[in-house]
Design a protein around this ligand. Structure first.
Ligand SMILES: Cc1cc2nc3c(=O)[nH]c(=O)nc-3n(C[C@H](O)[C@H](O)[C@H](O)COP(=O)(O)OP(=O)(O)OC[C@H]3O[C@@H](n4cnc5c(N)ncnc54)[C@H](O)[C@@H]3O)c2cc1C
Length: 426
């Protein structure tokens, strides 16, 4: 059976960065991608805004991906397209992988795996919209694929449910293509997408954002003819009497993304209920030694630059592991945090000299805030923020010491200034 040092699953920005970093360590690498082209979700993101941190310029999604794809030439990386991984098993000192491709089922072996399979969109099935099931209900990513890659306009007049970034970007895209976007409806009292997308995709195009509103019913025979919207109370329940019928031919859903992890689960790797991806350490290694996970598969990212950064670490560490060049890792230190956070990644750190990148999201929008990270009573890091919002993933760098959990805490900076030592300048 064919054998590689490192097998990378998925050819999006995470898989590309991981494969290149693994090969740079001298590993013999194979990258399997189920689609006909590399680039993952970036292929359909033709708007700009990618790469500000990584390349210092505003690139479109395909341009960002192309910067990595061009680097593959001449490397010891076997790229296999139209290759869909169907199963993983532990085998000897490594893993046996089965994938379908032209010619049927194939098997190969690898010393280490990097899972870079991205995420999928939540659909109408997961949000309980009542009514008929006519044609014309799309996820925002499907609508984006139709418009940007297939050249098909799926609507003349639509309603968008959910204010996630893909929905906001599609509100602008559909408007530019001549469709009317009646409005974006968001059940929460504040938008889920990045502030810059609210401004550039809705405000600049005069598209209304209806906060604390949802879609309660879809109506239409064969094709969507209207949707019923309603205001929701603080428990997200529709308020009787606030219903409104909105004529339209499509409902576009932008109601969240879920990391794609069936393959990780098939190896018995536990998922973190906060990130919905496998728990990892700062090397992006999961609880299953030799299996690394990165990009949107480990946690949904809003910036591709952070995807590439983390994936390069995962690829490098997978190669060192497969080549037997890795020193035995120091014992893991658990990362602890309270309800003021949605998540902190990684879920465990290890003492060492190299600073570890950590990413966090807050549970609610906050004004002036200080992040304090401590271990055994010693403060490892303090950082002040003017504002923190749940959609925006923040990054800090830490170097934890010998033992004990690493604790993340948020303090109201203004309160701290009154009650204790003066807050650092924001
Ligand atoms: C609409 C939209 C707009 C965005 N806008 C921005 C922006 O302006 N700026 C920014 O920085 N970021 C943006 N992002 C975020 C960024 O694009 C993503 O975080 C990034 O693309 C995730 O990369 P990934 O490689 O983890 O996943 P993906 O790009 O989804 O790649 C995963 C790959 O794995 C493959 N795969 C999955 N399962 C298998 C399997 N079993 N076998 C083989 N292959 C498999 C898939 O086909 C896919 O190619 C945006 C994202 C979206 C969706």
């Amino acid at each position: 059976m064919e054998r590689f040092d490192v097998l990378v699953l998925g050819g999006g920005p995470a898989g590309l960065a991981a494969a290149l970093a693994a090969e740079e360590q001298g590993a013999c690498v194979c990258l399997l991608e189920r689609e006909a082209r590399l680039g993952g979700i970036l292929k359909q993101c033709i708007h700009d805004g990618f790469g500000l941190l990584r390349f210092g310029e505003r690139l479109t999604g395909p341009e960002y991906a192309d910067n990595y794809i061009r680097l593959l030439g001449g490397r010891n990386i076997a790229v296999r397209l139209r290759s869909f991984v169907t199963s993983l098993e532990k085998s000897g000192g490594g893993f046996a992988v089965t994938y379908t491709s032209r010619g049927g089922l194939h098997r190969l072996e690898a010393g280490a795996l990097v899972l870079a399979t991205g995420c999928r969109e939540r659909t109408a099935r997961q949000i309980f919209v009542h009514g008929d099931k006519p044609a014309g209900v799309y996820t925002a990513g499907t609508a984006q694929h139709l418009v940007n890659l297939q050249g098909v306009l799926p609507t003349r007049r639509c309603v968008i449910l959910g204010s996630g970034d893909i929905g906001l970007i599609m509100a602008r895209r559909l408007t530019l293509e001549g469709a009317e976007v009646e409005g974006v409806y968001e059940a929460k009292p504040e938008p889920s997408g990045l502030s810059r997308n609210i401004r550039q995709c809705l405000t600049d195009f005069g598209i209304p954002l209806h906060l604390s509103h949802t879609v309660t019913r879809v109506l239409g025979e064969g094709r969507v003819e209207a949707v019923e919207t309603a205001r929701v109370d603080e428990r997200m329940k529709p308020v009787p009497g606030s219903e409104r019928l909105v004529p339209c031919d499509a409902l576009i859903l932008s109601v969240g993304l879920i990391p794609e992890n069936e393959l990780a689960e098939s190896l018995g790797i536990p998922l973190d209920p906060h990130t919905k991806g496998p728990a990892v350490d700062a090397r992006f290694e999961t609880d299953c030694p030799g299996v690394f996970c990165c990009g949107n598969a480990v946690q949904v990212h809003d910036l591709v630059d952070y995807v590439s950064e983390g994936a390069a670490t995962a690829g490098r560490c997978a190669a060192l592991r497969a080549l037997g060049k890795e020193a035995a890792p120091a014992p893991a230190l658990p990362v602890e945090y309270g309800r003021e956070f949605v998540s902190v990644l990684p879920q465990r750190l290890r003492p060492g000299n190299e600073p570890a990148a950590c990413y966090f999201r807050v549970a609610e929008t906050r004004g002036p805030t200080r992040l304090v990270v401590s271990q055994g009573g010693a403060v490892l890091l303090q950082k002040s923020y003017r504002r923190l919002r749940p959609p925006e993933m923040e990054r800090v760098s830490l170097r934890p010491g010998g033992s004990g959990p690493v604790v993340f805490r948020l303090e109201d900076a203004a309160e701290k200034a009154q009650n204790g030592p003066a807050a650092a300048p924001l």
